[in-house]
Design a protein around this ligand. Structure first.
Ligand SMILES: C[S@@+](CC[C@H](N)C(=O)[O-])C[C@H]1O[C@@H](n2cnc3c(N)ncnc32)[C@H](O)[C@@H]1O
Length: 387
């Protein structure tokens, strides 16, 4: 049986760089460096034109990498920028077509391609591309040969001693915001619940600014580190406790109320858990957190921005741009949309009191990461209060 012909997809995009063109399918975040003849070859597969490719010398090279090497706030583009230093090699027409098909610039069956973009059904499923959790799981298992995704989430954020965030946007944006926002004035004498505290970075900040803090986390290793670091810092008034899932039982056993309930990079897991076997409900969690709020208390949610986090970083640092391929149907991001967040808060009897979109305190004009984050905030911060 003959295969159906290859057709170039409508979303296949190209832009100029020093040595030719970067070709991409933005939905799969696959890239190649190529010359004009390769673009001409793709155009000839477009189905619109009957023009044959002109037969000129074809140059093309796969320029796709896994974006998770620098963590979840590293460059999410998936473009191998090192490949831009050289011209792509000469290839045969067959090799060029094979590459165009492998990188999804052209496909034989558009319906099958659309289905491919879905979540994986199980760990062995290679017929689907998978979402961020599934792709990270694969990266951790196959590239890093580690078993625990839970540990990786913390590894990719913190320095090896777990004292602070690594260089990059965690440090320049999230940590810079927290240090300037959570002042002594705001926190002194307050009771804070740090829900999903990890190794206790924010718990220690709040305690150092005069709050009494309880950190809860599901992971005992992170709690042990949190305890040790708080002890090393000689901090008083900070304690850590294991959180069982679902969280209602642990939260109902608390006998205090809190002026601040703080969640950093954790509420998102109640919308898109990385362990699908857990039945987590964001509205139920928020309702329980509301119950432990002191009168006038605040639930403070700091997490990656539901629109801009995980969007590719393109252009120059001073004039960055991105290509948005998703908002409601998540493949690359795992944060809630504004509406999902709002609905969960509404049904928990909470109102939104404050929104901040975090940008770098000191953008570096030569750095694409801070340039991008200065224009497209990659975190947002919400304060919720009882309605
Ligand atoms: C990305 S870390 C963030 C840690 C800390 N809040 C921070 O921002 O530095 C996510 C934390 O959430 C914890 N976690 C994972 N699933 C959770 C859940 N369903 N409920 C509460 N915490 C969870 C993990 O153990 C981990 O410590």
């Amino acid at each position: 049986m003959t295969k159906p012909p290859l057709r170039t997809l409508a979303e296949t995009t190209a832009w100029i760089y020093d040595a030719g063109f970067i070709v991409s399918n933005p939905h799969t975040r696959t890239y190649a460096t190529a010359n004009a003849s390769f673009l001409e070859l793709l155009r000839s597969l477009g189905g619109v034109s009957t023009a044959e490719h002109d037969g000129g010398e074809l140059r093309v090279r796969d320029a796709t990498i896994t974006p998770f090497g620098d963590g979840l706030l590293g460059d999410p583009t998936g473009l191998d920028r090192a490949a831009l230093a050289e011209s792509p090699p000469v290839v045969t027409r067959d090799e060029a077509l094979t590459l165009a098909e492998r990188l999804f610039f052209a496909v034989r069956d558009e319906e099958a391609f659309t289905a491919y973009l879905d979540r994986r059904k199980n760990v062995l499923d290679r017929a689907h591309r998978g979402d961020l959790h599934q792709n990270v799981g694969e990266h951790v298992l196959l590239n890093l040969r580690q078993r625990s995704v839970d540990d990786w989430w913390v590894d990719q954020k913190f320095t090896t001693d777990r004292r602070g965030p690594k260089e990059g946007l965690y440090l320049d944006v999230q940590w810079a915001f927290a240090q300037s926002y959570f002042t002594q004035e705001r926190l002194s004498g307050k009771r804070v619940l740090d829900f999903g505290c990890g190794p206790g970075l924010f718990s220690r900040l709040f305690a150092a600014r005069g709050a009494s803090v309880l950190g809860l986390d599901t992971n005992e290793n992170h709690l042990a580190v949190a305890e040790e670091l708080a002890r090393e810092d000689g901090l008083e008034g900070v304690a850590f406790r294991r959180l069982e899932l679902p969280p209602e039982v642990t939260l109902r056993a608390l006998d205090e109320t809190y002026d601040f309930v703080f969640l950093s990079d954790v509420l998102m897991f109640y919308f898109h858990p990385y362990d699908r076997s857990l039945d987590l409900d964001p509205a139920a969690l928020l309702a329980e957190l509301r119950r432990v709020l002191a009168p006038g208390g605040t639930i403070a949610v700091l997490e990656p921005n539901g629109t801009f986090w995980q969007q590719p970083w393109f252009g120059a640092a001073g004039r960055p741009f991105t290509v948005v391929t998703e908002y409601r149907h998540r493949r690359y991001g795992v944060t809630p949309t504004l509406e999902e967040l709002s609905r969960a808060a509404e049904s928990a009897g909470l109102v939104l009191r404050r929104v901040r979109e975090l940008i770098p305190a000191t953008p570096n004009p030569d750095d694409l990461a801070t340039g991008f984050a200065g224009e497209f905030p990659v975190w947002w911060y919400f304060e919720l209060a009882a309605s």
